[in-house]
Design a binder for this molecule. Structure first.
Ligand SMILES: [Zn+2]
Length: 87
């Protein structure tokens, strides 16, 4: 599996949680530059958000990445909640 697929998998596994590049790099066993490059590419997909927020691991407020479970429902919180409840 390539790094992009592993990074995407990690974010989806921790759906809705935010991770900075450094922590993701550590979790994936790569260096921060590699992680940043991969996540920048992933963030072009509507399923991955990249924004300034608090990292779940190190609690720093920095550029983080987050997976959205279902981009179609992401704009509608009620649908998303309903979806989760039946999952
Ligand atoms: Zn972090």
């Amino acid at each position: 599996m390539d790094l992009a697929a592993r990074a995407r998998g990690f974010l989806i596994l921790h759906e809705g949680a935010d991770f900075c590049d450094d922590c993701l790099a550590r979790a994936l066993g790569v260096d921060a530059a590699q992680a940043r490059e991969t996540l920048t590419t992933l963030a072009k997909s509507p399923a991955i958000l990249r924004d300034r927020w608090t990292c779940k691991f190190c609690r720093r407020s920095t550029l983080v990445s987050r997976a959205i479970a279902n981009p179609t429902f992401a704009l509608n919180r009620r649908s998303r909640t309903r979806l989760r409840r039946t999952a």
